[in-house]
Design a protein around this ligand. Structure first.
Ligand code: 4AD
Ligand code: MG
Length: 450
């Protein structure tokens, strides 16, 4: 759609490269940037991008004025340009079309003495992360960001359509949710506050008001770990269900993930192809997902160690590290749901398994192809007495949790919820090595710029 401001830039009716196929044989105008330029004798082959796609233009020397030919010939990478030309179908062209350029209006030519730093040749990841504000223009990065947006929309549509109400928790909080070791402190008018680790505790309150709720927002972990799965700032979607149990939660999680993957396959196939994702792996993702207990998962790891398949000898009772999760998840073609971990390695708020109280009624969903945990969730401790005992055991400040304890005083019910890290989901669905490429501007242990 043409906004008034855009009409001032060009009088011509503009279209996008994505929609250019609807204009075969017609003259169209696109607004974008020069992606690359090849020259071959009396022909120029400028490649343009406009955010929606990429198209190659063809400029024969005798088809345009000498000034126009020179001005296109002098275009530098990422110069901004409004291009008019006739759309021609070409089976060999990447998008199926080429543009016979008749006019090009250059808005800003990038100075050739200070050229665009990211060339189509290879760059190291550190260099690219340092230029992330420009790197997002590359077709691969743009495709990842589109898929990210689709995953977020799918997650919200799924929950909205099932009667969940979005309730936004605060970002500034007085206390820990997931443990005190990864809190970011904030000076709050001389009071100590922290950036939220999870909206969970607050949406437990709104779940008691509205039944089925969810939150979606940024969460923070002052992780000192430098792995390909950890960010210090990441986005989490968290549903919470009053009267929900662990079994209900596992059904919700497998339907949620299946819905999201199906939606991405339906609407973002070209982007998956741009990234080079093996789509057949995603086509296998459908509920039900395999379910194994923590005990069974430990057995798998110990058997694998005995057979010399993995180095680490896993000790029963600990939490899984990234390599353990990688091994477990690589054994399945669908996400695997590992439930009932030892309460000792999990957060304070989890309901114990009535049959084995040393275990928590919790579940981690591990994505296949070695991706590991994308969802963590649990049934929540229901009794006031147990919860206050846990708060003391975890050395958490009772005062800050008074409101949370109220939820167990005034009509306490079984309830359950989970959190899915958007970046972990994007990394898996896109088949990326590292979560730093799944978010426009990643925040990690050593990165706060740009
Ligand atoms: O397992 P976590 O810590 O669970 C919670 O925060 C619960 N309060 C959620 C709930 O029950 N409502 O985190 C949930 C998910 C993980 O499975 C992972 O996908 C993601 O959040 N996550 C991270 N993603 C990127 N970087 C990090 N440092 C992450 N920590 C957790
Ligand atoms: Mg977890």
């Amino acid at each position: 759609m043409n906004t008034p401001a855009n009409t001032a830039i060009t009088e011509k009716p503009v279209t996008t490269i994505r929609e250019i196929g609807q204009h075969e044989g017609q003259s169209v105008t696109i607004r974008g940037w020069l992606y690359n330029l090849r020259e071959s004798g009396k022909l120029l082959f400028p490649i343009f991008r406009d955010g929606s796609g990429i198209i190659q233009g063809v400029v024969p020397k005798n088809a345009v004025s000498p000034e126009m030919f020179e001005s296109i010939k002098n275009l530098t990478q990422e110069s901004s340009v409004i291009v008019t030309g006739k759309v021609r179908a070409d089976k060999r062209a990447p998008g199926g079309y080429e543009l016979d350029v008749t006019d090009a209006q250059v808005l800003q030519r990038v100075n050739p003495d200070d050229p665009y730093p990211i060339t189509p040749k290879e760059h190291g990841v550190d260099f690219l992360m340092e230029h992330r504000h420009l790197w997002v223009r590359s077709p691969r990065q743009a495709a990842v960001l589109r898929i990210r947006a689709e995953i977020i929309k799918a997650a919200r549509d799924f929950l909205d359509e099932r009667g969940f109400t979005l309730t936004d928790p605060p970002i500034l909080t007085p206390a820990a949710c997931e443990g005190t070791t990864t809190l970011f402190p904030v000076d709050y008018f001389d009071e100590q506050a922290y950036l939220t680790q999870s909206g969970q505790l607050y949406i437990e309150a709104t779940a008691m008001a509205l039944g089925k709720v969810y939150s979606f927002g940024p969460t923070f972990r002052a992780e000192k770990s430098k792995t390909r799965r950890h960010l210090t700032e990441f986005w989490m979607v968290e549903p919470e269900v009053a009267y929900g149990t662990l079994d209900d939660l596992m059904v919700l999680a497998e339907e949620f993930i299946s819905f999201i993957v199906a939606r991405v396959l339906e609407r973002r196939r070209p982007e998956l192809e741009t990234i080079g994702r093996d789509i057949s792996k995603l086509e296998k993702i459908a509920a039900p997902f395999p379910r194994i207990t923590y005990d069974e998962a430990v057995q798998m790891l110990q058997d694998a160690h005995a057979k010399g398949l993995i180095e680490n000898k896993f000790e029963y009772g600990g939490d899984f590290g990234s390599p353990d999760e990688t091994y477990i998840s690589s054994q399945f073609e669908r996400p695997v749901m590992v439930h009932r971990y030892p309460a000792a390695v999990k957060a304070f708020y989890m309901e114990p398994d009535p049959e084995r109280p040393e275990l928590a009624l919790c579940v981690d969903v591990l994505a296949p192809e070695g991706y590991g945990e994308i969802i963590g969730g649990s049934q929540r401790a229901e009794s006031y007495d147990l919860l206050i005992k846990r708060i003391h055991e975890h050395e958490l400040p009772e005062e800050a949790f008074r409101w949370y304890l109220d939820l167990r005083k005034f009509g306490s019910v079984p309830h359950a919820g989970f959190g899915m890290g958007i970046e972990r989901a994007v990394a898996w669905i896109c088949g990326l090595e590292h979560v730093r490429e799944t978010i426009p501007f990643a925040r990690t242990l050593h990165r706060l710029y740009p």
